[in-house]
Write a new protein. Structure first.
Length: 303
C-alpha cells in the first residue's frame, strides 16, 4: 500500500465524520419530528396517529403514509396565536441582536486594541459568566429587579424614585436578560475578526488623508463584517427559540414561540401541532443561514 493511500483513507474518514454526525443527530431526529407534525392528535401512547409498525408489513406502512396530512400546518397559518408568536419571536430576536451589536462591537474593538497581556485578561472577564449556571444568573436578575429587589432599594436610597418601580415581568427586563446572557456570543466572534486586522491598513488610510472616523467606516468596519455576521447569527438564532428568559423575566401578555412550543407539548399534550411549530421554526431559521452563506461566497469571489 502506498504512502498516499495510507494518509488518504484517514483523511476521507475524517471528512465524512461530520456528515455522519449531522445525519445521525440532526437529519434522523428531524425526520421523526416531521412525521409527527403530519400526524393527528390522539388520546393514547404515543399521543398521535398513525404510528408506523414495521412488523405489520408494507400494506400497513403505506396505509400509515396515506393517513398523514398537512392539517397542523394549516392550523398554524389560520390561528393568530401562532402567527403572533412567530412575529414576536423574530421581532425580539432582531431588536436584541441589534442591541448586542451596539454594545458588543465597541467592547470587541477595545479588546482588539489592547496589548496581548491585557487581551487575555479582557477575554477572561468575558468568559467568566459562563462558569456560573445559566438559571442561577437569570434568578439573580429576578432578585435584582423584583419589587423589593436590590435595584429599587438603591434607587430609593438615592432618592431617585419615591416608590418602587415595576421592573420585573416587563419587556425591558426580558431584553436586559437576553442582552446580558448573549453578549459573549457577540463579543467573541467580533474580537476574533478585529484582532486579525492588519494595523498597516489603518496606517495606509491615514497616510492617504483619511481621518480616524473615515478609516474606521471605510477600512475596519467592512473588514469586520464576517465577525458581525457570525455574531449576529450566534445570537439571533437561539434568541428566536428562547424560552427560559421570556418565561421568567417577561410578562405573559404575548408569548414567544418557545413558550408556545412548551405549552403545546407539556400542557395541551398536542405533539403533532408542537412538532409543526418546531418544523416551521427550523425553516425560518434556515433563511438567515442561507443569506449569510451567500454573502460569504460573494465576498470570497470579490477577493
Amino acid at each position: 500500500m502506498s504512502g498516499r493511500a495510507i494518509f488518504t483513507r484517514p483523511a476521507r474518514l475524517v471528512a465524512i465524520a461530520p456528515y455522519l454526525w449531522m445525519a445521525l443527530f440532526f437529519l434522523v431526529p428531524f425526520l421523526f419530528v416531521l412525521k409527527i407534525s403530519l400526524s393527528q392528535t390522539a388520546i393514547a401512547q404515543p399521543p398521535y396517529t398513525p404510528v408506523f409498525n414495521l412488523v405489520q408489513g408494507g400494506d400497513a406502512i403505506r396505509e400509515a403514509f396515506g393517513a398523514l396530512s398537512f392539517d397542523n400546518f394549516r392550523l398554524l397559518l389560520s390561528d393568530n396565536l401562532y402567527v403572533l408568536s412567530y412575529l414576536r419571536s423574530l421581532t425580539v430576536a432582531a431588536i436584541s441582536t441589534a442591541i448586542l451589536l451596539l454594545i458588543g462591537y465597541p467592547i470587541a474593538y477595545g479588546m482588539a486594541r489592547l496589548s496581548p497581556r491585557w487581551q487575555a485578561v479582557a477575554m477572561m472577564l468575558v468568559i467568566v459568566p459562563f462558569w456560573t449556571s445559566f438559571l442561577i444568573r437569570i434568578y439573580a436578575w429576578i432578585n435584582i429587579l423584583q419589587h423589593d429587589g436590590l435595584l429599587n432599594q438603591v434607587l430609593l436610597a438615592l432618592h431617585i424614585v419615591s416608590t418602587p418601580v415595576v421592573w420585573l415581568s416587563t419587556d425591558g427586563a426580558m431584553y436586559l436578560g437576553i442582552v446580558y446572557s448573549y453578549l459573549p456570543f457577540m463579543i467573541l466572534p467580533l474580537y476574533a475578526t478585529l484582532s486579525k486586522l492588519d494595523p498597516a491598513l489603518l496606517e495606509a488610510a491615514s497616510d492617504l488623508g483619511a481621518s480616524p472616523r473615515q478609516a474606521f467606516w471605510q477600512v475596519t468596519f467592512p473588514l469586520s463584517l464576517p465577525g458581525v455576521g457570525a455574531g449576529a447569527l450566534l445570537c439571533f438564532i437561539p434568541i428566536v427559540g428562547e424560552f427560559v428568559i421570556p418565561d421568567l423575566l417577561a410578562g405573559s401578555d404575548s408569548l414567544m414561540i418557545g413558550q408556545t412550543l412548551w405549552l403545546e407539548f407539556f400542557t395541551n399534550k398536542d405533539w403533532p401541532v408542537a412538532s409543526a411549530v418546531a418544523v416551521v421554526l427550523l425553516l425560518l431559521l434556515v433563511v438567515p443561514l442561507v443569506l449569510y452563506d451567500r454573502l460569504q461566497r460573494r465576498q470570497l469571489e470579490r477577493t
